[in-house]
Design a protein around this ligand. Structure first.
Ligand code: PAF
Length: 279
């Protein structure tokens, strides 16, 4: 597996992979890889001839009081995992390559980025949309694959690609979960043993709310029950628990499909997100 850090070499390597009409799938990541990321790579291998993975801890999607400096980084371990999966190329640019001095263009997906995580993390999705657009232009893949765990991010990236006429298919991969239901996340590494045990309250409460809402229960009441269960389970605070239109992300007070339950809650200093399809 080639590890590439500059754009000219990347373009040559991608041209070589695409020779003879071969297709390429891109899996953008921030590293600290877990089985969830590897499931995206495996999906890439099923849908394309070659898989490129990017590892870039993107400073512009972290707020001033967030965990950019502390974000887990272990490129050697990540590279070994990717090589074992048969990844063709690891794109791991330095910050100065991604954002050379004077970089001043940003993308804002206004309608979808304001609520939910966008409200709790101002500027976060502008940073995500901007770096993902750059990754699309750099890797020139035919397909890009993102986890459904960050449903809002996936919706924003789809809208950005549509609005800016990117010519690639965007696939969402189902959330990879631990045996007790907790969604796999690089941030789970921050949890103490007790917090890790308590964290299952999030998927458990969402599942109960999804079943209740699909069965005709009142949306507002079901969300309130879920919030209480998450706090009773050991979380310290809730950023949001909401029922949303799965595509437009409009908040729904009356159930209709396609709908998604979205949640973010904090346990200690760690903020966890999760979501589920309803109906
Ligand atoms: O989901 C992530 O890991 C990041 O937000 C992404 C899409 C790689 C952009 O930095």
């Amino acid at each position: 597996m080639q590890i590439i850090r500059d754009i000219a070499t990347l373009h040559r390597a991608v041209d070589a992979l695409k020779r003879d009409g071969k297709s390429v799938a891109l899996v953008p990541t921030m590293g600290a890889l877990h089985d969830g990321h590897l499931s995206l790579v495996r999906m890439g291998k099923r849908v394309a001839d070659h898989v490129i993975v990017s590892i870039f801890v993107n400073p512009t999607q972290f707020g001033p009081n967030e965990d950019f400096a502390a974000y887990p980084r272990d490129e050697a371990r990540d590279a070994a995992l990717l090589a074992d999966e048969g990844v063709a190329l690891l794109w791991a640019p330095y910050v100065a390559v991604m954002y050379p001095a004077g970089h001043s263009t940003h993308i804002e997906v206004a309608e979808l980025g304001a609520d939910y995580c966008g409200a709790a993390r101002p500027g976060h999705f502008d940073g995500v949309a901007t770096v993902v657009a750059k990754l699309f232009n750099q890797a020139r893949a035919d397909i890009a694959i993102f986890g459904e765990k960050d449903w809002q991010q996936l919706a924003i990236i789809r809208r950005m690609a549509r609005d800016l006429d990117f010519k690639l298919d965007i696939l969402g991969a189902p959330i990879a979960r631990d045996t007790d239901g907790l969604a796999l996340s690089s941030r789970n590494a921050y949890l103490s043993e007790a917090q890790r045990a308590a964290a299952t309250a999030l998927p458990t409460a969402l599942k109960a709310a999804a079943v209740a809402i699909a069965g005709g229960a009142d949306v507002g009441e079901s969300l309130a029950v879920a919030e209480k269960a998450i706090i009773a389970g050991g979380f310290d605070s809730i950023d949001y628990v909401a029922l949303a239109d799965a595509d437009s992300l409009e908040r729904l007070s009356i159930f209709r499909t396609p709908a998604r339950l979205l949640a973010a809650a904090r346990i200690g200093k760690t903020r966890l997100i999760d979501n589920l399809a309803v109906g």
